[in-house]
Structures are given as structure tokens and as C-alpha cells.
Design a protein around this ligand. Structure first.
Ligand code: PBG
Length: 329
């Protein structure tokens, strides 16, 4: 008891603070999300994501090499699909020569040790902007799962190290795992978006990929029939438990900062690595406030990423990864 214990002794100077610090953020912790588009020489800044870009395959190669040199050794790929290639079943997602498949090969050819993770979901390919097939205004589960398994197989065939299903259909991890096993991709990992919430933080991402759920034909405008209700906590455990049982190697909580309690709950209960996704809206908020001079960009960036580590995440998918690696490298 006081004065025998004075907690400030361990905060008295930088040396002692460094010695007793419980968590650290390093470039090893990060997954770098990358947006890929068709074309040549393209590096387009994304609205509401200042200093973040869509890349065509040629500029992507340069970016990936730069990331590697900064010590960032894992990327998470998303593609912006041409409107003319979209349909209700995401058929283009299975094209062995589609943009995603070419992006995987391009990265593996130019930077073979870069860990490549790929987004698996129908929304960028869907005319309705939904993560599944739409029938009679509903998102159909099992038919979607079959497509997701084929899509995962296609990514593995192209050379992906991990597939990352972000769709929240029931049973998709098992189907994907079985498809991979049956086809000999026993070393291809699955990072499951296990606790993914129906969040308003995804806005800038959806405009980056032109993938917002649409308002036509009386189709659901939101993703609440498959993504989780932000009021729920116990449900996240059920989702995570099932995904682990079905064969997920890594589980993810998304969004990040508003869901740190979920990361900690999962950390306390399960023994698989947890990924946190600091999503586009979180990035946008920090950028906007610091552009106004209301927040100190770099400090906020480091503080929020440290929060993910403290909460229990091993991996952090973040649009700040490159800035952080440059800062702490
Ligand atoms: C879609 C997907 C989304 C994000 C990642 N994968 C958007 C959504 O679910 O509508 C959001 C990422 C971000 O906001 O940074 N499957």
C-alpha cells in the first residue's frame, strides 16, 4: 500500500518506461491492404482516404517492393472490378485470368517471399454490391458458399498464401477448408473475418472499390442480414468458435478501434492468432482531424495501433502500415 508502492517510479524516465513496457508495435505486425485496378501506370488517390491509392499491376509491383524494403512482408489484396464484368453470381471472381489472379501472380513473380492474402467475397464483383448471391431480395447463403470455395481455390491456384473470407456467410470456412484440402492446397491458410460487424466505418472502402450495396430493385441497402449487429458481444464468440472449428488459422475482428472489447474477449477464450482491421473509416477520421490540425497524426496513428496490440491482436491490417514502418522502421 501507499507509500510502499508508488506506481510513478516505473514511469519516472524513458529508460525505465522502455524496460517495463508491456507491448510493442513493429513492422512485423502489419498486413498492408492494397487496392488493384486494371490499366497501366495508374496510381489513383482514393476519395476520403488521403495518401492511399489504387494501383494498376505495374505500379503495384513498385509499391510491393517498397513495402518489402520497409520490412512489411504481408499484403491483403482487394480488386476494383470493371462494371461490365459484374453480375449477380460474381462469375468474374472465378476467372483464372481475372485481375485478382493476375495480381497474385504479379506479386509472387516480382517479390516471391511477400506473403499474399486475398479478399474472398462477392461484393466487388456483384451488381448489387452484396457479399453473396441475391435472390428475391435476399442474400442466399449456401449457393454463395459454393462460389466462395471455388474463388478461394482459384486464388490458391494463382499462388495466394492465405485466403481471407470477408463475407460472413455461415459455413464458408468449412467449405473453403475442404475445397483447399481436396485439391492439395494443404498449406494455404485461412484468415477468417470471424467477427465482422455491419459497420458505418466501411464507407471510404466501398467508394474505393465502387462496391456499396445498391439501392435499385428493392434490394437490401445494408449488410445487416449477414454482418453482425454492433450491439452484440457474445455472438462474436459463437462466430469465432465456429470458424476455428471449421478450420480458420487466423480470426479477425473488424472494425478495429470501436471493437477492442471483442478482440480481448477472443484473446481470453481462444488460442489462435487474432487480426484487427483498422478500417477505411478509422483511417479517414484520423486523416481528416489531423488535416484540420486538431490531432497529431503520427502520435494518434501509433497510439491506435498500440491499442490493437494491447487488446490482444497479433496482426493489424491498416492503411497506416507504410507510414508506421517509415516512422519506427
Ligand atoms: C467486403 C469488405 C469490406 C471491407 C473489407 N472487405 C466492406 C464491406 O463489408 O462492405 C471494409 C474494409 C474497410 O473499410 O477498410 N467484403
Amino acid at each position: 500500500m501507499y507509500p510502499l508502492r508508488r506506481n510513478r517510479r516505473l514511469r519516472a524516465n524513458e529508460a525505465i518506461r522502455n524496460l517495463v513496457r508491456e507491448n510493442a508495435v513493429t513492422p512485423n505486425d502489419f498486413l498492408v491492404p492494397l487496392f488493384v485496378v486494371e490499366g497501366k501506370g495508374i496510381k489513383q488517390e482514393i476519395t476520403a482516404m488521403p495518401n492511399y491509392f489504387r494501383h494498376s499491376l505495374d505500379t503495384l509491383v513498385k509499391e510491393v517492393k517498397l513495402l518489402w524494403d520497409l520490412g512489411l512482408k504481408a499484403v491483403l489484396l482487394f480488386v476494383k472490378v470493371e462494371a461490365s464484368l459484374k453480375d449477380n453470381h460474381g462469375s468474374e471472381a472465378l476467372n483464372p485470368n481475372g485481375l485478382m489472379q493476375r495480381a497474385i501472380k504479379t506479386i509472387k513473380n516480382s517479390c516471391p517471399d511477400m506473403l499474399v492474402m486475398t479478399d474472398v467475397a462477392l461484393d466487388p464483383y456483384s451488381i448489387y454490391g452484396h457479399d453473396g448471391v441475391v435472390e428475391k431480395g435476399q442474400i442466399v447463403n449456401d449457393q454463395t458458399v459454393e462460389i466462395l470455395a471455388k474463388m478461394s481455390l482459384s486464388h490458391a491456384t494463382a499462388g495466394a498464401n492465405f485466403v481471407a473470407p470477408s463475407d460472413m456467410m455461415d459455413g464458408r470456412i468449412l467449405s473453403i477448408r475442404e475445397a483447399l484440402e481436396e485439391n492439395g492446397f494443404v498449406d494455404t491458410g485461412i484468415m477468417s473475418y470471424s467477427a465482422k460487424y455491419a459497420s458505418s466505418f466501411y464507407g471510404p472502402f466501398r467508394s474505393a472499390l465502387d462496391s456499396a450495396p445498391c439501392e435499385k430493385d428493392n434490394i437490401l441497402k445494408d449488410k445487416k442480414t449477414y454482418q453482425m449487429d454492433c450491439a452484440n458481444r457474445i455472438e462474436a464468440m459463437r462466430e469465432t468458435e465456429m470458424d476455428i472449428a471449421e478450420g480458420a488459422d487466423i480470426v479477425m475482428v473488424k472494425p478495429g478501434l470501436a471493437y477492442l472489447d471483442i478482440i480481448r474477449d477472443i484473446k481470453n477464450e481462444f488460442d489462435v492468432p487474432i487480426a484487427a482491421y483498422q478500417v477505411s473509416g478509422e483511417y479517414a477520421m484520423i486523416k481528416a482531424a489531423s488535416e484540420k490540425g486538431w490531432l497529431e497524426h503520427d502520435r494518434i496513428m501509433l497510439e491506435t495501433t498500440m491499442a490493437f496490440k494491447r487488446a490482444g491482436a497479433s496482426l493489424i491490417a491498416s492503411y497506416f502500415a507504410k507510414d508506421i514502418a517509415k516512422l519506427i522502421g
